[in-house]
Design a protein around this ligand. Structure first.
Ligand code: NAP
Length: 332
């Protein structure tokens, strides 16, 4: 079968290989992948900036497909079902945080950028019927992360003023769509005015270009401040984001695309009663709730572009350069 594997000594760090089809264990299902999707994690792996990297591992955490085979201990109900995969393995029993055995599909063990994959049967869920293969493939990792950030950690309420930063990003577009579905007032930021226009068309009240020095002053003047900020960039923008929260505001961070901040103003934090909250992916219960929300509100992931597996280099480059609006899908 065709598969995209990490190969750090190759020119583009990834290679399309012909590998044997995986063998289904007794508690596993074999899935014929119809579409997969990229997450920034895949690009971090390609850049060599992810822990415990192993050459030869198939990258990718997200996919949708058809169950082609069920293991001896698996309910035959699943055979030929259209499914998506929850890439979060071994969350554990504590809803507050993942266990030390927590693992994400696609590194250190093989992932979804292939024609077939085997996963434990409890990682599959029926594909939302209103989505096509590429849309369904785009949900899992980013949807789960956005749901936990916004709902579980951010405790979003109807009419909350919510800023989702970097709206071009995969997690950001889910956070934005979930916020709208739950009745929040959505504001966005981006480096790209075109992406801001796209977010306004989606239902955002206003958008701000974070490359302009004055953007956070404009947010405060025009909105009176945010109840909740959802951010995956971190870096030195954390101080700016704290400035544009109302007293008592919550800032939820799910990533650090811009690295660590050089400094953090503790006085601003405690005097304004702010909450800085970290989050990572989500539990199995979060995944079920997220899927329920997607089905209830018929939410459709925004697809940026679809590439064949053979053009994975181009798909990864698009993500590296931050040109996407929404999710990048790959089809085997
Ligand atoms: N903890 C977790 O469970 C988890 C899960 C998923 C992702 N992540 C992390 O979260 C980050 C985003 O992931 P993703 O998959 O959504 O990535 P992505 O689709 O590649 O999106 C990245 C986006 O970040 C935005 N950005 C870059 N610099 C920014 C800044 N200074 N301020 C605000 N936004 C900025 C850009 O938005 P514009 O183009 O609109 O400017 C860009 O499109 C990555 O670092 C990833 O590793 C963590």
């Amino acid at each position: 079968m065709k598969a995209i594997v990490l190969q750090q000594n190759s020119p583009s760090k990834i290679q399309l290989l012909d590998l044997p089809q995986p063998i289904c264990g007794p508690k596993e299902v074999l899935i014929q992948i119809k579409a997969a999707a990229l997450n920034h994690r895949d690009e971090w792996c390609r850049k060599g900036k992810y822990p415990n990297l192993k050459d030869g591992v198939i990258l990718g955490s997200d996919a949708a497909g058809i169950v082609a085979e069920v293991g001896a201990d698996v309910d035959p109900f699943w055979l030929e079902k259209e499914v998506i995969i929850n890439p979060a393995k071994n969350w554990g029993t504590n809803e507050k945080a993942q266990s030390s055995d927590f693992e994400i599909l696609g590194m250190p063990n093989s992932g979804t950028l292939a024609e077939y994959i085997t996963v434990p049967w409890d990682r599959i869920h029926e594909k939302p019927p209103h989505l096509n293969w590429e849309e369904a493939a785009a949900i899992s990792l980013a949807g789960l992360t956005a749901y936990r950030a916004l709902v579980i950690k951010g405790q979003v309420q109807a009419n909350d003023q919510v800023l989702v930063t970097g709206i071009g990003g995969g997690v950001a577009q889910f956070a934005a769509q979930f916020a709208l579905a739950l009745g929040a007032k959505l504001f966005v930021s981006s480096s790209d005015d075109q992406k801001i226009s796209q977010a306004l068309a989606l239902g955002a009240i206003a958008g701000y270009n974070y490359t302009k020095d004055t953007w956070n002053k404009e947010v405060i003047q025009q909105t009176g401040g945010m109840d909740l900020v959802i951010d995956g960039a971190a870096g030195n923008t954390i101080s700016n984001l704290m400035d544009l929260c109302k007293p008592g505001g919550r800032l939820v961070f799910y990533g650090a695309t811009r690295g660590n901040p050089d400094h953090l103003e503790a006085r601003k934090l405690f005097w304004n009663q702010l909450q800085l909250i970290g989050t990572t992916m989500g539990s199995d219960a979060d995944f079920l709730q997220m899927l329920h929300l997607v089905n209830k509100y018929q939410i459709k992931p925004i697809l940026d572009q679809v590439f064949p597996l053979e053009q994975a280099d181009q798909a990864f480059d698009r993500m590296k350069e931050g040109r996407q609006f929404g999710k990048i899908a790959l089809v085997p």
